[in-house]
Design a protein around this ligand. Structure first.
Ligand code: ADP
Ligand code: MG
Length: 757
């Protein structure tokens, strides 16, 4: 019934999954849950939906009338795979359609639906039994994104429920099947997890049909991987035989700049200027406004220096010179001058631009694709013979000390490096050039990437789940469960922040439900405490200040305090010189603390950020003002990053990043103080003599030295740290703090007085 062209028939026959079609289909028909493992490019994503469609899955009146759903962690894959499958089947949309956040082409006619895992999670909130579907294929499960993990957890229950209902009444209900697809063989987190699947699901392994790939490590690891990637690509192009080059970088900014440079030097001469300089900033902005934010799309623009810290790794490179550079044995004598067909590939690229990578390059030119790790497993680009691997990716990470999430460039895992290398062996023998040395690979690359769920603050995971109406978090079947005590603590914290409300229903029912505030907070990829400050910070034009405070708190204290000052002085400095430095130090501290009139350490930092940017930044300013230059640079970067995320989440809000920060008005100071109080509501302390009658009650004090406070939820007395700007002031009655350090006594830092009129 399906009329595929002869060419297509032939190329389908060559895919490793086609050989196993019978086995796969039978396994899926006979089991509620099936796991399929197969190398990238083996045909899982394009063929599985077709196999099932041809067995009448998704056709009305059949035993399995519900749609075939395929989830993807990335939008680009959902869109391009829907197009590909549509054209392979010769039916296209709306029969084969996609749905990503704010975009899609589905209709009641749709039989095969590609979507992001986030979209399916949102659908679950409204229809827990997913009655529109007969099979859910969760693709790219090896990536272990939070959404995929949560989805697999929920679906393990939904499948059971649907099949129970179906057995009870087959008139009104049809069964649901789950297929989990992974590009690696490491699926034990799913298959051997008893709380997830009581019965171990069958695993179908698709044999890889991979040509040999020779791997070439760099002799040295340069922090400037952009430069290295550029040089290596040019060298391959000039010296090595035909074949596509795939370069892995970390984000849009880097990719656009490399594409532009290569086009200028090696692009086809007759290309018009307009084509050469694609205005990607405009394109990406319009796309950002309509989609979920994916991590590699987070870009901080020009001010960003993507190079990692040199001292992080450069020490272990091989010393000896190995002679001829590895991987250029085939080099031609005469250098090629054929043109390059250079294409970018990242999620925010409009889909018609993304699709270009699947088309053959113009005659006589070499295909060069510069991509994020979207090309690692989600998409297979035909004709690639050379891979240039920077070894880096943009990743979500989480700092437990300050509770901040960030999106940093870091090393990929060994498993990812292997996937990337494999991209060179699809069409024939290939070569992979790693821009890092073998010792760096051995010593600094993890075996496998940690599941994303373990790289996020737990209260963020809980909030996200609650926003999807997943109420029960303490015995949720996570593929890799986060800490259980942490989960219930997180519920309490979120309740204190107003993101959840506790309802006293029967024991079996959930006690905590999400509030409207909680829903808005869940849209921000920052810790809930900061999300609350940002959500409420829209008022009175306070957003840039809150962004600055949140960034500064995340980076940590940028001030060089007294101890640091002393250490910086030479032993033979005279007492006078020391005095002079100390005086200058206190003067700058006072200058910064005058914002908010010496009542808040957070205002002091805000003021320092403002002054730093006003002066145009720089080391000299930092030296004169006792600031750590690196911290100040990091704060600026984070401000840009958070502003970008807000802009992408709420296109209607003007959160454009402007480094310069005017001093806040009186009203704004007031509002900011309220926002800080709201954000740190469970970190409040009261002067002890105000709650317990003592000899101190009613007295006035000159400083905070020795004045005890009672902090909510803490047994012992706590004190204001001497480094606080309010230490030398009259002790306020009520304060919030950002952290507690314990030495001989418990000291609060990051103080803001809240009883200021
Ligand atoms: P897997 O999901 O196992 O990684 P896919 O089903 O994505 O494999 O890909 C199977 C084959 O189909 C690959 O060789 C790939 O090059 C090809 N392919 C996928 N999408 C397209 C497309 N849009 N145009 C041309 N070929 C494609
Ligand atoms: Mg795939």
């Amino acid at each position: 019934k399906i009329d595929r062209s002869q060419d297509l028939q032939t190329s389908r026959m060559l895919l490793p999954v086609t050989e196993l079609e019978q086995e796969i289909v039978e396994t899926v028909l006979l089991n509620p849950i099936t796991v399929i493992c197969g190398e990238t490019g083996s045909g899982k994503t394009t063929q599985l939906p077709q196999f099932l469609y041809e067995r009448a899955f998704g056709s009305k009146g059949s035993l399995n009338p519900g749609m075939v759903a395929i989830t993807q962690p990335r939008r680009v894959a959902a869109v391009s795979m829907a197009n590909r499958v549509g054209s392979e089947l010769g039916i296209g949309s709306p029969k084969v359609a996609y749905k990503i956040r704010y975009d899609g082409n589905t209709s009641p006619e749709t039989a095969i639906k590609f979507m992001t895992d986030g979209v399916l999670l949102r659908e679950l909130a409204n229809d827990f039994l997913l009655t529109k579907y007969s099979v859910i294929i969760v693709d790219e499960a090896h990536e272990r994104s939070v959404n995929t993990d949560i989805l697999i957890g929920v679906l393990s229950r939904v499948v059971g429920l649907r099949n129970k209902r179906w057995k009870e009444n087959s008139e009104s209900m049809t069964p649901l099947r789950l297929v989990i697809m992974s590009a690696t063989l490491r699926v034990s987190d799913f298959t051997e997890n008893k709380s997830l699947f009581q019965q171990q699901p069958p695993v179908v392994n698709v044999a890889a049909r991979q040509h040999p790939v020779t791997i070439h490590f760099a002799r040295r690891t340069s922090p400037d991987y952009l430069e290295e990637a550029m040089a290596k690509t040019i060298k391959i192009h000039k010296k090595l035989p035909p074949g596509g080059i795939l370069v892995f970088l970390t984000g849009q900014g880097e990719i656009d700049s490399m594409v532009k440079k290569l086009k200028q030097r090696f692009g086809r001469k007759h290309q018009s200027k307009a084509q050469v300089t694609l205005d990607s900033s405009r394109l990406s902005k319009s796309n950002a406004a309509t989609g979920d934010v994916e991590i590699e799309d987070v870009d901080f623009g020009k001010s960003d220096d993507p190079a990692l810290e040199l001292d992080d790794y450069d020490i272990e490179d091989e010393e000896e010179d190995l002679g001829e550079e590895s991987g250029f044995e085939e080099a031609r004598e005469d250098e090629s001058t054929s043109p390059m067909h250079v294409l970018p590939l990242y999620s925010l690229l409009p889909s018609e631009k993304q699709m270009q990578v699947f088309e053959p390059p113009p005659d006589g030119s070499r295909l060069v694709v510069i991509a994020t790790n979207v090309a690692e497993t989600s998409l297979t680009i035909p004709g690639i013979r050379y891979v240039v691997d920077s070894g880096r990716a943009k990743e979500r990470s989480y700092n437990e000390q300050n509770g901040m999430q960030s999106f940093d460039v870091s090393w990929i895992s060994k498993a990812s490096a292997a996937q990337r290398a494999g991209r060179a062996g699809r069409t024939g023998p290939g070569h992979t050039y790693r821009l890092y040395s073998s010792p760096v690979f051995e010593n600094h690359f993890e075996q496998f990437a940690k599941p994303e769920i373990l790289r996020m603050p737990i209260e963020g995971v809980v909030l996200q789940m609650k926003s999807m109406n997943l109420d029960v978090v303490d015995n949720f079947p996570f593929p890799t469960p986060p800490n259980a005590v942490g989960l219930s603590k997180a519920e309490k914290m979120l309740t204190n922040l107003g993101a959840l409300t506790s309802t006293s229903l029967t024991q079996a029912q959930s006690r905590f439900k999400i509030t409207e505030l909680g829903r808005s907070m869940s849209l921000f990829p920052v810790t809930p405490r900061f999300a609350k400050m940002l959500v409420t910070g829209f008022q009175h034009g306070c957003l840039p200040y809150i962004v600055a405070i949140v960034s500064a708190l995340s980076v940590g204290d940028p001030f060089l305090h007294e101890e640091a000052l002393k250490a910086g002085l030479n032993d033979d400095d005279s007492e006078d010189a020391r005095q002079a430095v100390r005086k200058a130090y206190f003067k700058t501290q006072q200058k910064f603390a005058s914002l908010g009139k010496n009542t808040s350490d957070l205002f002091k930092v805000l003021s320092a950020v403002g002054a730093y940017e006003y002066a145009g930044g720089g080391e000299a300013f930092c030296r004169a003002n006792f600031l750590r230059p690196k911290a100040m640079e990091e704060i600026r970067k984070l401000r840009a990053q958070i502003s970008y995320l807000i802009q992408s989440t709420y296109p209607s809000i003007d959160a454009k990043f402007i480094p310069k920060l005017d001093p806040p008005s009186q009203t704004q100071v007031k509002v900011i103080r309220q926002l800080i109080t709201a954000g740190f509501i469970e970190q409040v302390a009261i002067r002890k003599d105000l709650v317990e009658e003592s000899e101190n009650s009613g007295k006035k004090f000159q400083s905070c030295r020795g004045i005890a406070y009672k902090a909510v939820g803490i047994e012992q007395d706590v004190y204001i740290h001497p480094s606080s700007t309010i230490f030398t002031e009259e002790p306020p009655g009520y304060i919030t703090y950002t952290e507690i350090v314990s030495t001989s006594q418990a000291y609060m830092k990051g103080i803001t007085s809240i009883d200021v009129s």
